[in-house]
Design a protein around this ligand. Structure first.
Ligand SMILES: [Zn+2]
Length: 215
C-alpha cells in the first residue's frame, strides 16, 4: 500500500514536471512571437550598456524583453547633438531618460511594433535610420522615458513626438510611424506629471530631483 502511494506520488511529480516543461516551451514560443526582439530569438548583439538610465525606464524595458538591446543610457560627451547627458539625480546618482536600442535582426514591421510597445509603456520613441529625417548614423531606436524630470532638450523632443514630428532640428512630420491617440495620451500624462508645473507650464529648469519610480 505504502509503495503504491509513493508510485502515485512519483507519477504526479512526473506529470507536473512534464506539463511545466511543455508550458515553458510554449511560453518561449509565444514570447518569440509577441516579442521578436526578445533574448529568446537568436541575434548576435553587443553587450547591453544601460548605465545611467532612469531605473523605472530600465525596468519597463525589461518588461518589454528589450533591455538586453540597450546600446546607450547616460553619456557625458560634450559632442554637439548628444542628448543623453544628465537629466537629474535619483538615489544620489545621475540619470538620463534617453535610451538607445539596437534594431539588429528586426524587420521594419517589427521595429514599428516595438515603437508601439514602447509608446504604450510610456516612451516617446523614433527609429533613426541613416538618410531618413535628415539624420545620419547607425540605425537604432532613440527613446525617451516620459516618467521622470527631463532636461530642456528632451522635453522638446517629447513634445515633438506628441506632435507627430521627428524630434530633430527640422521638426518635420515623422514618416516612418505614428502613435495612436491612446499611446500619445499615456506618454503625455506621464510627461506632464513630471515636467509640467501646477499652472500647466513646462518646467524649464534642469531637474535635480525625480519623484519615486512609477510602475
Ligand atoms: Zn539616443
Amino acid at each position: 500500500m505504502r509503495r503504491n502511494v509513493s508510485l502515485v506520488l512519483i507519477c504526479f511529480i512526473y506529470v507536473g514536471l512534464e506539463s511545466s516543461l511543455v508550458a515553458a516551451a510554449a511560453q518561449t514560443t509565444s514570447d518569440a512571437k509577441n516579442y521578436p526582439w526578445s533574448p529568446d530569438v537568436p541575434c548576435k548583439l553587443n553587450p547591453a550598456k544601460p548605465e545611467g538610465l532612469y531605473p523605472a525606464a530600465y525596468s519597463n524595458l525589461r518588461g518589454l524583453m528589450v533591455a538586453h538591446r540597450v546600446t546607450q543610457g547616460i553619456n557625458h560627451s560634450p559632442e554637439r547633438g548628444n542628448v543623453h547627458d544628465t537629466d537629474g539625480t535619483v538615489n544620489g546618482k545621475a540619470y538620463t531618460g534617453a535610451v538607445d536600442i539596437s534594431v539588429r535582426c528586426l524587420t521594419q514591421a517589427q521595429i514599428r511594433t516595438l515603437l508601439a510597445r514602447l509608446a504604450a509603456a510610456g516612451f516617446a520613441a523614433w527609429y533613426r535610420k541613416d538618410g531618413q529625417d535628415g539624420w545620419s548614423g547607425p540605425p537604432h531606436i532613440h527613446a525617451i522615458w516620459a516618467g521622470c524630470r527631463l532636461k530642456s532638450v528632451l522635453q522638446q523632443q517629447v513634445e515633438s513626438w506628441l506632435d507627430g514630428t521627428n524630434g530633430l532640428g527640422s521638426n518635420r512630420p515623422y514618416q516612418f510611424w505614428q502613435a495612436s491617440a491612446e499611446m500619445k495620451d499615456k506618454v503625455s500624462k506621464l510627461y506632464r506629471s513630471f515636467n509640467w508645473g501646477p499652472r500647466g507650464h513646462r518646467v524649464k529648469k534642469k531637474g535635480s530631483k525625480c519623484a519615486a519610480d512609477s510602475d
